[in-house]
Design a binder for this molecule. Structure first.
Ligand code: SF4
Ligand code: SF4
Length: 211
């Protein structure tokens, strides 16, 4: 019977992307684990960089979106866990939309961020990491996020409050909040989502707890 397994990258493609070769699936344990956990075919990336070109905040990232894929392929987990990228990413999904190989770059970064949030490591962007934790906690409590409560909880942290008082950004936050409230764009009290049960179930599932 003829061998139908792919024998590796097409030499023409490999030449075209000299130094950017396709990575075989399961190249590293980290790659294999990440692919299994996310269902994302990370090995399909051929480093065309369209994701990075589409990203509105790539300039603020120490590891660019296409490099996140590459680092994952190579198993460079520590560098990713300590990167600014996982906290700077806005989850806007432009990268995923523009990928010609349907690689869910945004989904991968989200997965890496959630992994880092569970590890006892110092995040490269401490404030953004704290914001992320508060966001997730609010979502767990109410099933949706109330912007006013989110910002109030975030700004109440002593280090954040001190910094914002010093640089004047607290005043800007309050002014923005007031204007949004005046236009009816900000609700004063959080309302519980009807799907709260399902959301909490997802959280328990992620934590490995039984229902
Ligand atoms: S756009 Fe897709 S194929 Fe191109 S570098 Fe990004 S993830 Fe890889
Ligand atoms: S999801 Fe993140 S990495 Fe992708 S384009 Fe948006 S900000 Fe950039």
């Amino acid at each position: 019977m003829a061998d139908t397994q792919p024998s590796g990258p097409n030499p023409a493609v490999a030449d075209q992307f000299a130094g950017r070769r396709l990575i075989e699936r399961g190249h590293s344990r980290f790659l294999e684990h990440t692919q299994n956990a996310t269902g994302i075919d990370i090995g399909a990336c051929y480093q065309c960089e369209r994701c990075t070109n589409a990203c509105p905040v790539a300039r603020y990232m120490d590891i660019k979106p296409h490099q996140v894929i590459r680092y994952t392929q190579l198993g460079w987990r520590e560098a990713l866990m300590h990167s600014t990228t996982i906290w700077v990413c806005l989850s806007c999904e432009m990268c995923t939309t523009y990928c010609p190989n349907a690689v869910d770059v945004a989904g991968l970064i989200n997965h890496l961020r959630n992994t880092a949030a569970r590890l006892p490591i110092r995040p490269a962007e401490k404030e953004l990491a704290q914001f992320h934790q508060i966001f997730l906690e609010e979502l767990r409590r109410f099933g949706r996020v109330n912007e006013l409560w989110l910002m109030a909880t975030f700004n109440r942290r002593p280090a954040i409050l001190k910094k914002k008082l010093k640089d004047g950004s607290l005043k800007e936050d309050l002014s923005l909040g007031f204007n949004l409230w005046r236009r009816g764009r900000l609700k004063l009290l959080p309302h519980r989502s009807r799907g709260i049960g399902e959301i909490r179930k997802l959280y328990r599932h992620r934590r490995g707890e039984s229902d």
